[in-house]
Write a protein that binds this ligand. Structure first.
Ligand code: NCD
Length: 335
């Protein structure tokens, strides 16, 4: 998290900014939030009177509604701003939009933008006072996606009550597909390694980013070799909208070498899970058989996303510790 001079977290721009303590605090808080989601009345009064703006310059289904649900469950007012279609040049339009949001009194701005670095610019420009949360910027980062992925792995493989130090230690996570264009892969490599996991990237050589040798992970070109030693296999969408050249011969060739079907899934250890951030291209990187199997956590990831984003908004907007129901209950118990 980017911190204010006083040391308090102000913004969430990049998973690379998170210390292990930060990440564990968010995951543990998300666990408390998930308990709220299991109740008939899913709302907490914590952010009453606060305004959260969803500023989306790029398409989104899951991420936008997830942030909206998270803010509403914390009783914040939510304004959805979809900037798609704007023809103003990027720097100017971002500044003008930011000044408008500031005038409306936004306490937090959740931003998705096609340009890498746009959330950082917003957080450091002085245009707005509120907290900035990166909901995906270009091919750079998508920190809340990585947090919800880590939360899902922890719940499935480690158990919800994992304490500091044993979080994802030694878990082997394989990320497969269009790494080059994936902000999800970048954020996950940073966060999962911070939490102690070993990450392996699998992709055709054309979809591996330049400089990957400086990332804290391994790279393999053979999915079949890596599957038997994976605890979680994260399949990524081929991001055609960010491609202006041919990165592989044909879709069929891609699926044959890098797609996950039932036969390949059978090579994974019995406990291992298949993950996908969505949107899925069924038949391309994942077959329907795998997507619909009990080992695929795609739908669970969406549900977990709400809890994780509640935790992030709660921690950034400075909700008081006792506003968390179980924290309050624990304080009572300790009296
Ligand atoms: C991802 C994104 O937008 O970066 N999706 C998501 O947030 N759930 C991945 C993608 O678009 O393929």
């Amino acid at each position: 998290m980017l911190r204010s001079p006083g040391g308090n977290p102000r913004h969430l721009i990049s998973a690379a900014d998170l210390t292990r303590d930060d990440a564990v605090l968010i995951l543990d808080t998300a666990e408390e939030m998930a308990r709220v989601a299991d109740r008939p009345i899913k709302k907490l009064p914590t952010l009453r009177g606060r305004t959260v703006v969803n500023l989306f310059f790029e398409d989104s289904t899951r991420t936008r509604i997830s942030f909206e649900a998270a803010a509403k469950r914390l009783s914040a007012d939510v304004i959805n701003f979809s900037a798609k279609g704007s023809s103003v040049s990027k720097g100017e339009s971002l500044k003008d939009t930011a000044l408008t949001l500031e005038a409306m009194g936004a306490d937090a701005v959740v931003i998705r933008h096609g340009s890498s670095g746009a959330p950082y610019r917003l957080a450091t420009s002085g245009w707005i006072d509120g907290a900035v949360v990166n909901a995906g910027d270009g091919t750079h980062e998508h920190p809340t996606q990585a947090l919800l992925d880590a939360f899902t792995i922890r719940r499935r493989l480690v158990g919800a009550d994992a304490g500091l130090g044993k979080d994802l230690d030694g878990r082997r996570v394989t990320i497969v597909g269009d790494i080059l264009h994936s902000r999800v892969a970048r954020s996950n490599v940073h966060l999962l390694t911070t939490l102690g996991a070993q990450v392996t990237l699998v992709a055709p050589p054309t979809l591996v980013p330049v400089g990957v040798e400086r990332w804290p992970c391994e790279v393999s070109y053979s999915l079949d070799d890596v599957l038997p030693a994976s605890d979680a296999v994260m399949m990524l969408r081929v991001q055609r909208e960010r491609m202006n050249a041919a990165y592989f011969p044909t879709e069929r060739e891609y699926s044959r070498r890098y797609g996950l079907d039932g036969l390949r899934m059978a090579k994974m250890p019995e406990h291992a899970v298949v993950m996908h951030p969505g949107p899925m291209n069924r038949g391309m990187e994942i077959t329907a058989e795998v997507a619909d199997s009990g080992r695929c956590t795609a739908v669970e990831q969406v549900a977990n996303g709400v809890s994780v984003r509640m935790a992030v908004l709660y921690l950034l907007l400075g909700g008081s510790e006792t506003a968390l129901p179980s924290a309050a209950a624990r304080t009572e118990e300790n009296k």
